[in-house]
Ligand binder design. Structure first.
Ligand code: ATP
Length: 311
């Protein structure tokens, strides 16, 4: 997966990279350096971006599939990933990247991080470099705290800023309804700042311990997973976007087992019993008038991986 596909001139390498939902996200108090320590359970879903990479004269990154403006070239996280990889491997970042976005932009599902992970894996393949997995994960962490998980996929415990990963034993296949809120994305730093403000102003309930979630995952106990889903950023996302409460309420009224704001939001993730149940909840939610779009998804999904398709 790191670089076994050797590409000839004009070849294209295609990579699929998953979005994520945080089943559990406990946020510590703001540290001196401005960051927050996290304890999180990442869960990759099959709502994935597709990143195509081709040799070119210079680095370029274009995106399509979404209406939001996404930064291009070196300002895109995929471009930053290629620049870093090229530096470390002593090469020119001469790659044309075309991203088909399916993961909501600024939706709390780490779409930019997914594209960065895809760029690392795809470029290593394009350049015929068999970079050790641990090395790639180290470079991923330099790019952003969610990038290592986008490489690994599956279900994992994240600590530190989320970049320190340990495996989670999970017997659960999870079916989701994902409702990216209308009205555009939420800036992750703005959501953390709002949480700091809410905590300074009063007592905000905390997510508590992660162990009950890990136990529910280990036994594949869907009701337990639904009950233990928690996100310390949810109160802040609700405060910035009060209408998210209505979307979550509508999803639960439609019969979802549980629901949560994904990461820093504003995507609402609703856990369902199986894919058929998710399809029914999605239909009900779409008719509730509280959301613009609704998608179903399943997890755990694999991390960024080369699809082949060289042309
Ligand atoms: P975070 O990973 O910060 O929690 P998020 O998951 O909410 O963010 P992303 O879709 O990763 O949201 O986008 C966050 C911001 O990153 C966007 O508003 C955009 O300006 C910038 N960005 C850079 N590269 C990309 C990319 N490839 N896809 C989406 N956004 C990107």
């Amino acid at each position: 997966m790191t670089g076994r596909v050797l590409a000839g001139p004009g070849a294209t390498v295609r990579v699929s990279s998953p979005g994520k939902v945080n089943l559990f996200l406990g946020v510590g108090d703001r540290r001196e350096d401005g960051y927050h320590d996290l304890v999180t359970v990442f869960h990759a879903v099959d709502l994935a971006d597709e990143v195509a990479l081709q040799p070119a004269d210079r680095l370029s990154v274009r995106t399509h599939g979404v209406t939001e403006v996404v930064p291009e070239d070196g300002d895109n996280l995929a471009g930053a990933a290629i620049t870093l990889l090229a530096q470390r491997l002593g090469r020119e970042p001469a790659v044309a990247v075309d991203i088909t976005k399916r993961i909501p932009v600024a939706g709390g599902m780490a779409g930019g991080s997914a594209d960065a992970a895809a760029a690392l894996v795809g470029c290593a393949a394009l350049w015929g470099q068999d970079v050790p997995r641990a090395q790639l994960a180290g470079w991923a962490a330099e790019l952003g705290s969610d990038v290592p998980f986008a490489l690994s996929g599956g279900t994992a415990l994240g600590t530190g800023r989320g970049e320190r990963l340990s495996p989670v034993l999970s017997r659960a296949e999870l079916s989701w309804v994902l409702a990216p809120a209308g009205g555009g994305g939420l800036s992750t730093p703005a959501v953390y700042t709002e949480l700091d403000r809410l905590r300074a102003a009063g007592d905000v309930p905390r997510a508590g311990e992660v162990e009950p979630m890990l136990a529910a995952l280990a036994t594949g106990d869907l009701a337990g997973i639904a009950a233990e889903m928690a996100n310390d950023l949810q109160a802040a996302a609700f405060s910035l976007r009060p209408e998210l409460r209505r979307t979550l309420r509508a999803g639960l009224d439609a019969g979802a087992l549980g629901g949560i704001v994904s990461g820093s939001g504003p995507t609402i993730a609703l856990l369902c019993a199986d894919p058929d149940h998710a399809a029914r909840v999605a239909t009900d939610l779409a008719g509730s008038g509280t959301v613009r779009t609704v998608r179903t998804a399943a997890g755990p999904a694999p991390g960024a991986r080369v699809l082949g398709g060289r042309g």
